[in-house]
Design a protein around this ligand. Structure first.
Ligand SMILES: Nc1ncnc2c1ncn2[C@@H]1O[C@H](COP(=O)(O)OP(=O)(O)OP(=O)(O)O)[C@@H](O)[C@H]1O
Length: 343
């Protein structure tokens, strides 16, 4: 049985805007799923529909095997954390965290024990009597997290819950979140606009675009086998090229034998090639048989150089090891194993 089951879900807002279209998703118990996609792709709408704040136009939502499509949010047994402003300033930390239990009629003694444990889980033991305004932003998010998990939710829903925090605090909380959700066996859906966060944190990532699911995959599959050229561009900064396929695959002056191309989907005469940064080999200027290119930008990235190159009027991303390239450098580049999609 799935912890969350979403079946043929569509949301059309009263002004006619499509929020979601034909969404199907099953989240396994104890799974950590991240929702990503461009701005306006429907991430928050999907999360809010699971929570019950947005009524579906069509389709069903089930939590723990029970159809909750018509059940109001407060009866859905979900815990939710927002980006910020989610803790009540006039209550102590303990009162904030205990609130969901109070709503369920748990007595004071029972609440006290569970508040202590929830605060311990989020690393805030000793903070029970503090007021939120005496806490840092990171500590306030921990309070919100403790409150979201205290009543053993069927699903923990996180809406950009880490996005207001600065690094390195954000990285610490990200790690603690994974440890905590695993240890407590929580089913989690995490909305983020941060691709690397989604890929690093989740068991599976759901990519949304214009209200539709484009791909549901493990982070590894998503990076190495994106379902569409658009997903490759969004997730992995792939450059996209128009190409055609007869005996060989050709794009402008470039040619690859069929076995030098990774076909995702059936080979068609018209193709879109997605060139991942790892597929771009940067070589000295004038290398025979390679494409002339100019370095457009250089960023340091954990020991490597993340560069953009302009070749044939297309911008490619590449990873360069060793000596730092300079903006304006003339180089050559070769594309190894582009991903090919039906155009
Ligand atoms: N109440 C509403 N009325 C009309 N349209 C809405 C409403 N809420 C959201 N939308 C639209 O639905 C689409 C999906 O919005 P949503 O907020 O879910 O996107 P998102 O992926 O979370 O975006 P972002 O990353 O910018 O937060 C957008 O086109 C948005 O403008």
């Amino acid at each position: 049985m799935s912890a969350i089951d979403i079946h043929d879900l569509s949301v059309t807002f009263p002004d006619g805007t499509t929020g979601l279209a034909d969404v199907n998703l099953s989240v396994r118990p104890e799974e950590f799923v991240a929702l990503i996609g461009p701005s306006g792709s429907g991430k928050t709408t999907l999360l809010r529909t699971i929570a019950g704040f947005v009524p579906p136009s069509t389709g069903h939502v089930a939590l723990g095997g029970e159809d909750v499509t018509r059940v109001p949010p407060e009866k859905r047994r979900i815990g939710m954390v927002f980006q910020q402003h989610a803790v009540w300033p006039h209550m102590t930390v303990a009162a904030n965290v205990a609130y969901p239990l109070k709503m369920r009629g748990v007595d004071k003694r029972g609440r006290g024990e569970r508040v202590d444990r929830a605060l311990e889980l989020v690393g805030l033991d000793g903070f029970a009597q503090r007021r939120p305004d005496s806490l840092s932003g990171g500590q306030r998010q921990r309070v919100a997290l403790a409150r979201a998990i205290i009543a053993d939710p069927t699903a923990l829903l996180l809406d950009e819950a880490l996005s207001a925090l600065d690094e390195p605090l954000r990285d610490n909380l990200r790690r603690e979140l994974v440890t905590l959700t695993r240890r407590e066996g929580l089913t989690t859906v995490h909305v983020t606009h941060d691709r690397s966060e989604a890929l690093s944190i989740a068991d599976r990532v759901v990519v949304l675009d214009r209200g539709r699911i484009q791909q549901i995959a493990t982070p590894q599959d998503l990076v190495h086998r994106p379902a569409t050229a658009r997903v490759a561009a969004f997730i992995a900064d792939a450059a996209l090229l128009d190409a055609s396929f007869t005996d060989a695959v050709t794009s402008g002056t470039l040619t690859w034998a069929p076995d030098e191309v990774e076909f995702l989907g059936s080979p068609t005469p018209e193709l879109t090639l997605a060139v991942l940064p790892a597929a771009v080999e940067v070589l000295p200027a004038g290398t025979p048989g390679a494409l002339p290119a100019e370095v457009r930008s250089v960023l340091y990235d954990s020991g490597d150089w993340s560069v953009t190159l302009d070749a044939m009027g297309t911008v490619f991303r590449a990873i360069v090891r060793g000596v730092r390239p300079e903006v304006g450098d003339q180089v050559s580049m070769r594309i190894r194993r582009p991903l090919a999609y039906p155009a």
